[in-house]
Design a protein around this ligand. Structure first.
Ligand SMILES: Cc1ncc(COP(=O)(O)O)c(C=O)c1O
Length: 296
């Protein structure tokens, strides 16, 4: 585990530790490795023909599933939100990478994509992709939570506060289940919405957690120049890259918590770096188009 100090730390004598989950696998990084682990095991043990899953244009989950499928020789299908993207595979780093791993990409309209949990739609997909294992968007299911329960280890029991970025809520649910009741888990949603609490409650077995909802920066995959500057400064100071969709927002929130005193100076804080670095290239393309500072 890397041990870092915040800029204010030196003055405040405050330390944050980072759990570098992003380093556990070169391409199936961070929470993706944890979420896929038992799902991949099931696919192999039960002889499914392949994996079918869902994601957006820059999805970390799509990239990781494609890579894991390639490594384990499991065919993969990605149902991608947005028919228009069919002409943009080569210019989109995530889709290009998924395709290069052998993932079959199916581009669907937003209205079809919204049916991603509708049993009738899933049955229809299974008619084409017979005997495929369906993995929900973001890879969140009971087996994914089981994998995420392995993020925290006995060594992490000395921390008072554990911080985690939140998308669908699966990762934090596993972290909560793997924590001690005396520890507080703080989740930083990368998107707007109260619905997350309910989703986390479906899988979390303990109530020692809370969400800090002020650090979504306008919504999913939205960033502003303040966040990009923060990420770039962070990288320069600590030599640790953050991703723009999840971990940068979490880290920004942690720094704000330290600054405001909401995170007590005496607390031992662990931030889980859940990966997502593959998303930087795609985000930089969008920042370049808008003539904004890019991520270093
Ligand atoms: C890098 C990264 N961190 C955190 C998350 C949030 O995970 P979850 O969707 O399980 O809440 C995601 C999304 O899957 C992610 O890609």
């Amino acid at each position: 585990m890397l041990r870092i100090k915040t800029t204010e730390n030196i003055r405040l004598n405050f330390q944050v530790s980072i759990k570098p989950e992003y380093l556990i696998h070169p391409t199936v990084s961070g929470n993706k490795f944890r979420k896929l682990k038992y799902n991949l095991e099931k696919v192999q043990l039960e002889n499914y023909k392949g994996i079918l899953t869902f994601g957006g244009a820059f999805s970390n989950h799509i990239a990781a599933t494609a890579s894991a499928g390639q490594e384990l020789n499991i065919p993969t299908v990605g149902i991608i939100r947005g028919e228009e993207l069919v002409t943009q595979i080569e210019s989109n780093p995530t889709l290009r990478y998924a395709k290069s791993c052998g993932m079959h990409l199916e581009f669907v309209s937003r209205s079809s994509y919204n049916k991603k949990t509708d049993p009738a739609y899933l049955l229809q997909l299974l008619e084409t992709f017979k005997d495929y294992y369906i993995l929900p968007e973001g890879g969140t299911n009971a087996l994914a939570i089981k994998g995420c329960e392995e993020i925290l280890t006995v060594k992490d029991q000395s921390f008072d506060i554990i911080c985690c970025a939140v998308g669908t809520g699966g990762t934090i649910a596993g972290v909560i289940n793997g924590s001690l009741l005396t520890q507080k888990i703080i989740g930083f949603p990368a998107l707007k919405g109260e619905f997350l609490k309910e989703d986390i409650c479906k899988f979390a077995t303990q109530s020692n957690w809370e969400l800090w909802g002020d650090y979504h920066f306008g919504g999913y995959a939205k960033v502003d120049s303040k966040l990009i500057k923060f990420m770039n400064d962070f990288k320069l100071i600590y030599n640790i890259p953050l991703d723009p969709v999840y971990t940068a927002k979490m880290m920004y929130g942690i720094f704000e918590g330290i600054r405001s005193g909401e995170i007590p100076q005496t607390a031992k804080v662990l931030a889980i770096h859940t990966g997502g670095l593959q998303g930087i290239e795609g985000m930089n393309l969008r920042l370049k188009e808008k003539k904004l500072e890019e991520i270093i």
